[in-house]
Design a protein around this ligand. Structure first.
Ligand SMILES: NC(=O)c1ccc[n+]([C@@H]2O[C@H](COP(=O)([O-])OP(=O)(O)OC[C@H]3O[C@@H](n4cnc5c(N)ncnc54)[C@H](O)[C@@H]3O)[C@@H](O)[C@H]2O)c1
Length: 436
């Protein structure tokens, strides 16, 4: 169990400079968290080297990016991409009998989800083959990387990988009910998690969200030693999630999105960083606030915890930046809607008596209940309805502010990392933005 370790003091500015290297382990998407730290590295003139998860052809073959895809990805990243497909997971990996986990789930009907019985020997064979494939790919990635790092450079590895929902058809309708279902459509996350399908998700989340960091640390051992021998620093920074302190009734209070089924994998990620730290490797998981990205789209309601960031920004900065973000948010609301209504709606939900029992740090991650789902999803829908255009929402502006602040904190903290796990709550993120 990780000890709660919120970052309360701003770290000193990092000493990274031109010629130092940021290695982004995970693909960069437009709204993703990694944009913050990449922007920061770019501003300091660092060389940026990226990765790709690769692409799947129609027949399921995993391949590197083609010329066009690579050019577009490199342009977006502003750096070179090592074109080795780093897709983690094992859902399409055949077991000894040739059947992959997806094959095992072919033709299963949504109504029969709780009757599925998986062949666990086959799943384990697929899992270990997936690990072998991913580790081999990471080995090839590290070998290319070694050629690209100038002697004496400091190197910051940034791990962004998370995911692992098996790509069988059965999962999306089910998970939509777990995360977005209310009334008749409600599905207990606990019932799902305890089913064979839930257990398959658990193993897959562990692989993609957590073990990728351990594999990365292992695969880059030689590179790491070479950098250190040439006098460079090496740090690993990874994004975690383990709830966030946000302003509730004017007090910074730890809360979490429920049901966060990736939570067990995120704690395993913390353990991976802690184990590496104990071996003298500077690996740190930064537990970061809820924002809207490609990956968080499934978790309707996660954005309710993001709205009070505006209040935190007002408290910690309260100047030109706050006014600019508030104005941007205001301009996205529909006629007759106000920021006050948005913020008080979010606060009413977060402060409601029902939610208090969900602020159980030791019991985290908690499962959903019909009442909690009802309350969260109706509040989420009501607040999203305050935007004029569902495609351009207040959450995007707030997410940008948060990932910028988080990126700066992770960047600075990585220069001289002080612990294997930190929580970056709304207070410190807003303070970092206030510091410019
Ligand atoms: N969005 C949030 O609210 C939030 C909050 C706290 C932490 N985080 C964490 O931030 C990190 C970045 O996520 P994001 O929300 O910016 O979304 P994102 O979709 O931009 O990033 C997800 C990353 O995971 C990688 N990935 C996905 N499936 C993979 C697979 N099978 N194998 C290897 N890599 C895979 C993608 O390439 C990408 O780099 C993740 O670790 C996420 O858990 C997100």
């Amino acid at each position: 169990m990780t000890i709660y370790n919120p970052m309360r003091e701003l770290p000193a500015s990092a000493g990274y400079k031109k010629g130092d290297v940021l290695v982004l382990c995970g693909e960069l998407f437009g709204r993703g968290y990694a944009n913050g730290i990449v922007e920061e590295a770019r501003a300091k003139g660092m060389t940026i080297i990226g990765a790709t998860v690769g692409r799947r052809d129609a027949d399921g073959t995993l391949r590197a990016l083609n010329g066009e895809e690579l050019a577009a990805a490199e342009e977006f990243l502003g750096g070179r991409i090592i074109n080795v497909p780093l897709e983690a997971g094992f859902d399409m990996e055949p077991a000894a009998d040739g059947r992959s986990p997806l094959d095992q789930l072919k033709g299963v009907k949504a109504d029969d989800w709780d009757k599925v019985r998986l062949d666990w020997d086959g799943i384990e064979q697929s899992r270990s083959r997936g690990v072998a494939r991913f580790s081999a790919a990471l080995g090839a990635f590290a070998a290319e990387l070694a050629q690209l790092i100038p002697p004496g450079a400091n190197v910051l590895f940034v791990h962004t990988m998370a995911g692992g929902i098996p790509r069988a058809r059965i999962f999306m309708p089910l998970l939509n009910r777990v995360f977005k279902g209310q009334g008749e459509r409600f599905l207990s996350s606990e019932a799902f998690w305890n089913s064979d399908l839930g257990q398959l998700c658990r193993i897959s989340f562990d692989e993609v969200t957590a073990d990728t960091l351990s594999h990365l640390i292992d695969a880059t051992e030689e590179v790491r030693e070479r950098i250190a021998a040439a006098g460079g620093r090496v740090s690993y920074a990874a994004y975690g999630y383990h709830g966030t302190e946000v302003l509730i009734d004017g007090v910074y209070t730890w809360q979490s999105y429920t049901p966060y089924l990736q939570g067990w994998a995120k704690m395993r990620l913390e353990e991976a960083a802690t184990a590496a730290w104990e071996r003298g490797i500077k690996a740190t998981v930064y537990n970061s606030p809820e924002i809207q990205t490609n990956s968080s789209g499934l978790f309707l309601g996660v954005e309710i915890s993001l709205y009070p960031f505006l209040t935190a920004l007002e408290r910690e900065e309260g100047g030109a930046l706050f006014r600019q973000v508030a104005q941007e948010c205001r301009s996205l609301l529909k006629e007759g809607a106000s920021l006050d209504a948005l913020l008080s709606g979010a606060n009413d939900y977060l402060a409601s008596p029902l939610m208090v029992q969900f602020r159980d740090f030791d019991g985290w991650p908690l499962h959903n209940t019909p009442e909690q789902a009802e309350q969260m999803l109706s509040c989420a829908t009501e607040l999203l309805g305050l935007n004029a255009n569902p495609k351009e929402i207040v959450c995007a502006a707030l997410s940008r502010a948060v990932f910028t602040g988080v990126g700066r904190l992770m960047f600075d903290s990585s220069w001289q990392p002080a612990a294997p796990v930190f929580w970056l709550n709304h207070d410190i993120v807003a303070k970092r933005l206030a510091a410019g």
